[in-house]
Design a protein around this ligand. Structure first.
Ligand code: MN
Length: 204
């Protein structure tokens, strides 16, 4: 069963003015689609890998043959990361988390503002392309970042970190360059306006 590009859960202009429609269109219709297509190409003809759900595939890259491990890591990670990312944003979102997520953030980082500052720093500090993540490690929240399309689910030996992703933010230039150019910090400030904390809380 081939992997499929999931539709955006809202119209491409829904996150304006924080994330512009053209960025969303290119990001989803071209970048995400390319990860899906290239993942399908990489595993074509390998029945065992074709039968694996995406989560299982990226959690066990060691079982992927050497000659396609790189493409599966990059494109499987890209497909997982973007599918996750779209669902964490919504129009008329933003604000602050509540309930159990708010408590966990306060316990781990002191305050929501301290969490935001540390998360932004993780995104700004990622040299080149990658992601900033909030992960749960045995119930404790941590902020990490990964290079390229790596994902904490790939584990420490591959991604340099581990844990269950709770929030992920794309810091590749393709995620922000049309509107924010080289100002990644401005994009990371703006994205708080469209983070859907109810969706994030469901990942706890
Ligand atoms: Mn991206």
């Amino acid at each position: 069963m081939a992997h499929e590009l999931p539709p955006l859960p809202y119209p491409k202009e829904a996150l304006e003015p924080h994330i512009d429609a053209l960025t969303m269109e290119i990001h989803h219709d071209r970048h995400h689609k390319a990860y899906v297509d290239n993942l399908n190409k990489a595993i074509a003809g390998n029945a065992a890998l074709e039968a694996k759900p995406l989560d299982a595939l990226i959690k066990d890259l060691a079982s992927v043959p050497d000659n396609i491990r790189g493409p599966v890591r990059n494109n499987g990670g890209g497909h997982w990361n973007h599918s996750f990312f779209w669902k964490l944003m919504a129009p008329k979102a933003g604000g602050a988390p509540t309930g159990r997520l708010a408590d966990a953030i306060k316990a781990a980082f002191g305050s929501f503002a301290d969490f935001q500052a540390k998360f932004e720093a993780a995104g700004i500090g990622r040299f080149g392309s990658g992601w900033a993540w909030l992960v749960s490690n045995g119930g404790k929240l941590e902020i990490v970042s990964t290079a390229n399309q790596d994902n904490p689910l790939m584990g420490k030996a591959v991604a340099g970190c581990e844990g269950k992703p709770v929030l992920g933010v794309d810091v590749w230039e393709h995620a922000y360059y049309l509107k924010y150019q080289n100002k990644r910090a401005d994009y990371l400030k703006a994205i708080w306006n469209v983070i859907d904390w109810n969706a994030v809380a469901r990942n706890l």
